[in-house]
Design a binder for this molecule. Structure first.
Ligand SMILES: Nc1ncnc2c1ncn2[C@@H]1O[C@H](COP(=O)(O)OP(=O)(O)OP(=O)(O)O)[C@@H](O)[C@H]1O
Length: 730
C-alpha cells in the first residue's frame, strides 16, 4: 500500500505522485540477457532499433521537457503502461501541433525513447525474447528530419511506392518480409505530417491494415502525428491530411490535437518568439503586424550566412555569384554521361548534355571552403541525405588525370555525428572528413546514364530545405514567395531576431492558409488532465481560499533522482513534499540535497532503528520532507515507544494547521516490529492535539492480493481514511 491517509475529513489537496518512479530504470537485466539475433534482423526493411543514447543524455532530455511537452510524454507513457499491464486501452490518435521551434521533435524523441523501453516489457517481447522488432516506429517524410530525430522515412519503413496509385497497391511478395519486421509495432510516430498528403496518409492506413491483418484504422496501431500545418504543405497540388475533401478517406477526423505553446528555439528572444506566433496565423488581409521585423530588413553584400529563397532559380543564381565572389580557385566538375551502344554493347561518352531538374547536376562549381548540400538520400541511417549541409574541405583528383578530374569530395558536415560510414576513404590519410563519390544514375533522357557528385552549392537554399533546422544567422529573401507558410518557415529558423536579415521585404508575402485555420478550429482537443492531476487541482484550488498541497513521492534514491525532482512540474507544486526511499546514509545530510525555496527534514535509515541493528546497517530506505520555507514548520524527532521506524513528523501552522507524518516500511520488514511502532506513532499523533493528521508513505502492503490487510485495518481503526490509494508494485 502506497499512499496518503488523512485523519478526519478535510478539503485540502494531498497527492501521492508515482509518475516517475520507474522512469529512468534501464532495461532489466533479464531482458538484456535474453536478447538474440533473429532472421528478421537481416531482412531488407531498414533496422528500426532505438538509437543508442546514454542514460544520462536521455535523463537530461526528459528533465528539459516543459509543462506541455511533459503532459504529452506522460500521457503516451501511461497508455503504454496500461498495455503492459494488460488493460488493452483503445489506440490513441494524437496530433501534436505548435509553432516552429516549440519542441515538437524534441518531445517525440523523448516519447520514443521511453515508450520503446516500456513496450518491450509486453509479454510477446519477453516470451519471444526478440528485441530486434520495433514496438514504436519513428518516421518522417523527408530524410533530413528522419536523421535529426533518428527515425526513418515513411516510404522506406512501409515500402511505399513513389506513385500512390488508387486503388491501393498491396505489398505483394514483400508482405511476409514487412510483416516479419513490423508486426509487433504498437505506435506509429509521424513527424512532418504537414508534408504528408491525404493520399499518402490513406496508404499508410491501408499498409498497416494489410500488415496487421486488422480492419481497424491503421490496423489497430496508435498514431502520434507531429507538425505544424501552418508550415510548408506537401509539394505539388495534393491536399494536406487536415483538409476536408469529400471523396478521400478521412482518417484525420479521429485525431485529437494538443498544441505546444512555449517556443524553445527562440526562448532567449521572447519578443521575436511572440512575433513568430502572430506571423504563423497571419491572414493575407491582416493589417500591418510585423513592424518588429522591419528591424531585420537590410542591404546585404558578401554575407556568408545561409540565404533562404523561395525558388530554386534564385538559389542557383545566388550560389553561382557567391562562389566566385568568395573563392579564387573554383573547379568546374562536369557530369560524366554515357549511352549504351545497342550494336557493340559498349558505353559511348556524351558531352554537353543538358539534364533537367530531377537529374544530377550538369556541372558543379567546387572550391575549398565552399558551402554545399547533398542532394540524394545516400544513407538515411547515417545521415547522408538530401538536405545534409557541409563545407568542402578536400577535393581529391583522379590519379594522373589533372585537377579537374575529381574522384572524391571531402566534406566537413555541419552535423558531426552524421556520415560515419563515409569517413577515412583515403588510404593512409588521417583526416575525419566525410568523402562523397560520384553517383551513377539513369537520366530522364532514355538510355543515358550520368555519373556526378550528388551535391550542389549551398550558400543559399529553398525554404523547403530549412524547415526544422535551428541556426544562429540567416538571410531571408521574400521576393518570390509563392505559397502560404513559406515566409513563416523561412523567418522562423534563427534563434534570435538579431541573427535574421531580410531582403526584398514585402509584408503581403507573409500569410497563412485560411483553410488550415478552419481545419485547426474544427479539431477536437486532447485532454491530459488525468496524467497531470495535480496541476489541474492546484489551478482549481487557486480561488478556493488557503490550501496546503502535500505530495508524497517514492524517489527510489535521492542521489540519482534529485535533478528529476527539481524538474518535475507536478512535484514543484507541493507545499510539502514527502519523500520515501531517499537512500541517504549517516546522520548528516549534504546541502546538495536541498531544494531551493524549501527546508529539508531528513531522517535516514541508519538513525531510524534502535533495536534492529540488521535494519540500521542496511543501505536504502529513509524519509525526507521538503517544506516550503514560507510555511511555519516545526519538526518532532522522538516519540514514546517509536524505536524502530523510518519516519518523519512535523507540524505546519500556516496557511493552515496540519500534522504530517511520512513513513517508509521496507518490504522485508516484519509486521511484528512494524505494527507496534506504527501504533505508538499514531497514538502520539493523536495526543499532539493538532488536526487534521496526514499520514503518507510507502507501506509495502499488497492491496491487490487476497488475505488480511493489517496495515490498512490499523489505519481504519484510527479513523484514517485513504485519500488516494495507488496500486502497489508488488
Ligand atoms: N524542452 C526543451 N528544452 C530545451 N531545448 C529544447 C526543448 N524543446 C526543444 N528544444 C530545442 O529547441 C529547438 C527547436 O526544437 P524542435 O526542433 O524540437 O522544434 P520543432 O517544433 O520540431 O520545430 P520545427 O517546427 O521548426 O520543426 C531545438 O534546438 C531543440 O533542441
Amino acid at each position: 500500500m502506497r499512499g496518503t491517509l488523512l485523519h478526519r475529513r478535510l478539503k485540502w489537496i494531498v497527492w501521492s505522485v508515482l509518475l516517475s518512479d520507474k522512469l529512468y530504470t534501464p532495461m532489466s537485466r533479464k531482458n538484456k540477457t535474453r536478447f538474440r539475433i533473429t532472421k528478421s534482423m537481416v531482412c531488407t526493411v531498414p533496422a528500426i532499433d532505438a538509437p543508442k543514447l546514454s542514460l544520462d543524455f536521455v535523463r537530461s532530455m526528459y528533465r528539459s521537457l516543459n509543462e506541455m511537452q511533459a503532459s504529452v510524454f506522460y500521457t503516451v507513457r501511461e497508455w503504454c503502461l496500461k498495455r503492459v499491464w494488460g488493460h488493452n486501452p483503445e489506440p490513441f490518435f494524437y496530433f501534436i501541433s505548435g509553432g516552429a521551434g516549440c519542441g515538437k521533435s524534441h518531445v517525440i524523441k523523448c516519447v520514443y525513447q521511453e515508450v520503446t523501453k516500456i513496450l518491450r516489457q509486453l509479454p510477446r517481447f519477453r516470451d519471444e525474447a526478440d528485441m530486434s522488432q520495433p514496438a514504436v516506429l519513428l518516421t518522417e517524410f523527408t530524410g533530413t528530419v528522419a536523421f535529426n530525430i533518428s527515425g526513418k522515412t515513411l516510404h522506406s519503413v512501409l515500402k511505399l511506392p513513389r506513385n500512390l496509385r488508387l486503388p491501393y497497391q498491396g505489398l505483394g511478395n514483400a508482405l511476409d518480409e514487412v510483416r516479419a519486421a513490423l508486426s509487433n509495432a504498437e505506435i506509429l510516430i509521424i513527424d512532418e505530417i504537414s508534408m504528408v498528403s491525404k493520399e499518402l496518409f490513406a496508404y499508410v492506413h491501408w499498409r498497416f491494415q494489410q500488415i496487421k491483418g486488422n480492419r481497424k484504422p491503421f490496423g489497430g496501431m496508435s498514431v502520434l502525428a507531429v507538425e505544424d500545418f501552418y508550415q510548408l504543405p506537401p509539394v505539388g497540388k495534393v491536399k494536406q491530411v487536415c483538409a476536408c475533401v469529400g471523396d478521400v478517406l478521412d482518417l484525420w477526423k479521429d485525431f485529437q490535437m494538443v498544441t505546444l505553446t512555449g517556443i524553445m528555439r527562440q526562448k532567449d528572444d521572447r519578443a521575436f518568439a511572440e512575433l513568430l506566433n502572430r506571423i504563423r496565423t497571419k491572414k493575407k488581409t491582416d493589417p500591418f503586424i510585423v513592424s518588429l521585423l522591419t528591424q531585420a530588413v537590410a542591404e546585404i553584400k558578401d554575407c556568408d550566412a545561409l540565404h533562404i529563397f523561395a525558388t530554386n532559380k534564385e538559389v542557383d543564381a545566388h550560389n553561382a555569384a557567391t562562389v566566385t565572389a568568395l573563392h579564387l580557385q573554383v573547379i568546374n566538375i562536369p557530369a560524366e554521361d554515357y549511352r549504351k551502344d545497342p550494336q557493340t554493347g559498349g558505353m559511348v561518352i556524351l558531352t554537353d548534355l543538358k539534364g533537367n531538374s530531377r537529374d544530377l547536376p550538369d556541372n558543379i562549381q567546387a572550391a575549398q571552403g565552399a558551402r554545399v548540400m547533398v542532394t540524394r538520400n545516400l544513407d538515411t541511417e547515417d545521415g547522408i541525405v538530401n538536405g545534409t549541409f557541409g563545407t568542402i574541405a578536400n577535393i581529391v583528383p583522379t590519379a594522373g588525370c589533372g585537377p579537374t578530374m575529381v574522384k572524391l569530395i571531402g566534406l566537413e558536415l555541419d552535423n558531426p555525428t552524421a556520415g560515419q560510414k563515409f569517413r577515412r576513404k583515403i588510404p593512409g590519410a588521417t583526416d575525419d572528413l566525410v568523402y562523397i563519390e560520384r553517383l551513377e544514375e539513369k537520366m530522364s533522357k532514355r538510355g543515358v546514364v550520368r555519373r556526378q557528385f550528388p551535391m550542389k552549392l549551398a550558400f543559399g537554399c529553398t525554404a523547403h530545405k530549412v524547415q526544422g533546422m535551428t541556426m544562429k544567422s540567416a538571410v531571408v529573401c521574400l521576393k518570390r514567395v509563392f505559397e502560404s507558410g513559406m515566409a513563416y518557415v523561412a523567418l522562423s529558423q534563427t534563434t534570435s531576431l538579431e541573427g535574421l536579415r531580410i531582403i526584398d521585404f514585402e509584408e503581403n508575402k507573409i500569410y497563412a492558409d485560411p483553410n488550415v485555420t478552419i481545419a485547426m478550429e474544427n479539431m477536437s482537443h486532447a485532454s491530459f488532465q488525468s496524467t497531470r492531476p495535480l496541476l489541474h487541482f492546484v489551478k482549481l484550488a487557486e480561488h478556493a481560499g488557503p490550501t496546503l498541497t502535500v505530495v508524497h513521492h517514492n524517489a527510489e534514491g535521492l542521489p540519482p533522482h534529485l535533478e528529476d525532482l527539481k524538474s518535475h512540474h507536478e512535484l514543484g507544486l507541493a507545499d510539502v513534499l514527502c519523500v520515501t526511499e531517499t537512500h541517504l546514509s549517516g546522520s548528516f545530510v549534504s546541502p546538495k540535497f536541498q531544494l531551493e525555496g524549501y527546508d529539508m527534514f531528513a531522517h535516514n535509515r541508519h538513525v531510524s532503528y534502535t533495536n534492529r541493528v540488521d535494519m540500521a546497517t542496511k543501505d536504502g530506505g529513509g524519509v525526507a520532507v521538503y517544506c516550503r520555507s514560507s510555511l511555519r514548520a516545526e519538526t518532532r524527532r522522538y516519540f514514546h515507544n517509536v524505536t524502530d521506524l523510518e519516519f518523519s513528523v512535523f507540524k505546519v501552522e500556516s496557511p493552515v494547521r496540519a500534522l504530517i507524518a511520512t513513513v517508509y516500511r521496507p518490504p522485508n520488514f516484519g509486521l511484528d516490529t512494524f505494527l507496534p511502532n506504527m501504533q505508538s506513532l499514531l497514538d502520539s499523533l493523536e495526543i499532539m492535539d493538532c488536526q487534521p493528521v496526514v499520514v503518507c508513505g510507502d507501506f509495502n502492503e499488497d492491496l491487490l492480493s487476497r488475505g488480511k490487510k493489517v496495515i490498512r485495518e490499523l489505519f481504519q481503526s484510527r479513523s484514517l481514511s485513504p485519500l488516494r490509494r495507488l496500486k502497489s508494485r508488488h
